[in-house]
Design a protein around this ligand. Structure first.
Ligand SMILES: NC(=O)c1ccc[n+]([C@@H]2O[C@H](COP(=O)([O-])OP(=O)(O)OC[C@H]3O[C@@H](n4cnc5c(N)ncnc54)[C@H](OP(=O)(O)O)[C@@H]3O)[C@@H](O)[C@H]2O)c1
Length: 289
């Protein structure tokens, strides 16, 4: 049996769908029913139920976007930096291996040669290194809390998308925003992300950190072109002049835009669809809300 924390959320729902589809028994643990943010409560539940693995898809993302994290710093720090340590200790005490959903948003830009950041690169969009958002800083601290802990996977998700129209889906966001920011990003197909991360456990690949993004990177203009070619939207897309224009008129905090290298994941035999193909397929199978 698998323990799933944060199963009620956007990413957690995708884990629920995956585990149901695979016929794997799981317990969708909600704070309201079992307060897993209390270490002793979680440890005792793990000792009682003895799950073979735990997935932590819980965290604080800020709604409607990361700007909300600038206002709700306590919740953000607790959900993203403190909670992973609580889960780590409870899992260690109960002898349960686990996986943590982190984020690639702890990086900005690309390596100096234009290639993607690997798991070896020190995050450069954190409280330690740059003028980051509070959200990115909190996710960076969460990874620091888990550094060197045994029996844990740290899976970095980036800007999730799939074929289901939703306010949380990157493709929907691009179609709904009035003005877009041009940027280059590696991004993650949500259902491929949950399948790839669970495969880490199923295949018993070495514990540690994995960038779980579809291979490659895309610019906002390229994604807009794919949306237009697909016929899903005939909207006339408008862009901010530059990042300064975006910051002045639409945002409270800087955004992470970055290129990630997912070859470590591929090296353990877990492959994801190249990013443009994954976007094209999502648009071809688009399910309008
Ligand atoms: N969505 C993205 O764009 C994205 C990108 C990269 C990484 N991530 C990471 O993926 C994880 C899940 O994100 P999500 O988009 O699925 O978030 P979400 O829809 O807001 O769901 C998160 C779930 O976490 C639980 N939770 C536990 N502590 C919390 C707290 N302090 N504040 C708010 N919720 C808390 C809640 O479940 P219960 O109350 O039912 O237990 C909630 O339903 C987070 O760690 C996030 O940083 C998300």
């Amino acid at each position: 049996m698998i323990y799933l924390l944060g199963g009620s959320g956007y990413v957690g729902h995708a884990y629920q769908a995956l585990l149901s589809r695979k016929g794997i028994a799981f317990r969708n643990v909600r704070r309201a029913e079992l307060d897993y943010t209390n270490g002793a409560v979680l440890r005792d539940a793990l000792r009682r139920d003895r799950p073979e693995f735990l997935i932590n898809a819980a965290g604080y993302t800020g709604k409607p976007n990361v700007d909300a994290c600038e206002l709700h710093r306590h919740e953000c720090l607790f959900g993203n930096a403190v909670l992973p340590g609580i889960v780590a200790d409870a899992c260690a005490d109960a002898g349960v291996p686990w996986g943590h959903v982190s984020s690639g948003c702890i990086y900005t830009g690309a390596r100096s040669d234009g290639s993607g950041f690997t798991e070896q690169d020190i995050p450069n969009f954190t409280f330690r290194t740059n003028n980051c958002s509070f959200y990115s800083g909190s996710k960076g601290l969460g990874e620091e809390v888990l550094a060197g802990k045994p029996n844990v996977y740290v899976w970095r998700l980036r800007i999730p998308f799939n074929e289901v129209d939703s306010p949380r889906n990157y493709l929907s966001k691009l179609m709904r925003y009035t003005t877009l920011l041009e940027a280059t990003n590696s991004i993650s197909h949500l259902d491929e992300f949950v399948a790839a991360t669970f495969a880490c456990w199923e295949k018993r690949v070495p514990y540690g950190t994995y960038n779980v993004t579809n291979p490659g990177a895309v610019t906002t203009h390229e994604v807009v072109d794919l949306i237009q070619q697909s016929g899903v939207s005939d909207k006339k897309f408008v862009f901010f002049k530059d990042e300064a224009d975006f910051m002045r008129t639409a945002a409270k905090t800087p955004r992470s835009n970055c290129v990630m290298d997912s070859s470590k994941l591929a090296s353990v035999g877990i492959t994801m669809t190249p990013v443009r193909d994954a976007i094209r397929t999502s648009l071809k199978n688009w399910q309008k809300a």
